[in-house]
Design a protein around this ligand. Structure first.
Ligand SMILES: *Cc1c(COP(=O)(O)O)cnc(C)c1O
Length: 403
């Protein structure tokens, strides 16, 4: 195991001190998977223990009136303010990303005028997004219009323009491609869709918490994202959804449960959706699952999302620099955008031996992701990752490939 000695890049990093707030920061383990499952914050362990003792254990059912009932909306507002560029009343927390994709895509296509019968999605979008779109298309008799993307790149206005028109009901796209980290031009693509009269749902799973967005300013219609990646909510923490205020009262989501009712405690006959964002909630929210992510949102707020993005760019640029110097001569290819302005928070490096390299790295406490075909994904969660980790991890890749 390599010792991680902070070099000049860590010494110059204004956010370096925040790394100590994470569990495990004091070990030599190299973590390149914070984009898949973020590390927990130390303070979260205390908050969870306090919650069990004082709030759940002490307040019992009174907790619902005191905080929990509103938590999906108050925490949604915080995520919106800190990470999304969304004014209050448009973001909610609940369900998984997969379920929220279903709810919001169904709501959007159900509201589309007659004749708008196509959903546009790229063929390299995350599997769950593609499967949900295929399922809804089958359910509603719609057609999926596949945009064929280059797997080392991602969706662009040039690629999408010919596929979008008066037949389009909705576009479903990811801001950051999970494979290549290609960063889509959200405002330009959203304008393209609006010029054709269609709304867009943006999946922010690989961007929220690392790439700032301005959902309100960009006039985004709908968005969803998960909270266990760069928002460090822990395995299975609930997702969030964004519905622009102008759309809320005209959309009806398909999982119409009691918690989204206009008056849940009336327990009356028939479903009347709540006004505003609450109608997108279905059932009892996962309160315990929201505690860890609230801590991370507070830390991102403390650091400032622009500073987080600046460190992210520095980390991915350093990884590209080391890959060029050490790994390109061994036949490794960069399958992420080279321009940091077009890149999210990770870097994918491709080589025919990467599957076996990743397996060996895991045995040595160096934890990247493997993504077919032949891709080693270096996920760099800015607040919990040091430049020394990048150096040590990529040196190990070099040594294994030189054998
Ligand atoms: C991680 C991820 C998901 C995950 O969906 P879950 O329902 O949380 O399993 C969905 N879409 C994208 C683009 C992702 O990156």
């Amino acid at each position: 195991m390599t010792d991680l000695n902070p070099g000049p890049l860590d010494a110059a990093d204004p956010l370096a001190a925040l790394r100590d707030r994470f569990v495990g920061a004091d070990t030599p383990l190299v973590y390149f998977d914070g984009n898949s499952l973020g590390r927990p914050l130390r303070v979260t362990a205390d908050h969870l223990a306090d919650f069990v003792r004082d709030e759940w254990g002490g307040r019992l059912i009174r907790g619902w009136d005191e905080r929990w009932y509103e938590l999906p909306l108050t925490l949604g507002d915080e995520i919106g303010r800190v990470c999304l560029g969304a004014a209050p009343g448009q973001t909610f927390v609940g369900d998984s990303t997969t379920v929220l994709l279903y709810k919001l895509i169904r709501a959007a296509v159900d509201a589309a005028p007659p004749g708008r019968t196509e959903i546009v999605i790229d063929d390299d979008n995350f599997p769950t997004d593609r499967y949900i779109v295929e399922g809804i298309a089958a359910e509603r008799g719609l057609t999926v219009r596949w945009a064929e993307v280059d797997r080392a790149s991602g969706v662009t206005t040039e690629l999408l323009a010919p596929l979008v028109g008066e037949q389009t009901a909705l576009l479903v796209l990811s801001q950051v491609a999970y494979r290549s980290a290609h960063l889509a031009d959200v405002p330009a693509i959203t304008r393209l869709a609006h010029d054709a009269g269609a709304p867009v749902l943006w999946d922010l799973c690989h961007s929220a918490g690392v790439v700032p967005t301005a959902l309100d300013e960009w006039e985004v219609d709908l968005a969803v994202g998960c909270t266990y990646k760069y928002l460090n909510g822990g395995p299975g923490s609930p997702a969030y959804g964004y519905v622009a205020e102008r759309h809320q009262d005209s959309l009806r989501q398909p999982v119409q449960g009691w918690m989204g009712h206009a008056d849940p405690f009336l327990m009356g006959p028939g479903y009347t959706p709540s006004a505003g964002i609450r109608r997108f909630i279905s059932g009892t929210p996962a309160v315990v699952g929201m505690l860890a992510l609230a801590d991370m949102v507070a830390l991102i707020d403390e650091a400032g999302v622009d500073a987080v993005r600046a460190k992210s760019v520095a980390l991915t640029s350093y990884a590209v620099e080391l890959a060029d110097a050490w790994l390109a001569p061994l036949g490794v290819q960069l399958t992420s955008p080279r321009d940091p302005a077009e890149r999210g928070g990770h870097v994918t490096l491709t080589h025919p031996r990467m599957r076996e390299v990743v397996a060996t790295l895991w045995e040595r406490d160096i934890i990247p992701d493997y993504r077919d075909p032949d891709g080693l994904r270096v996920g760099l969660s800015p607040l919990s990752t040091s430049f020394a980790e990048v150096e040590s991890g990529l040196a190990a890749v070099r040594d294994l490939l030189s054998d």
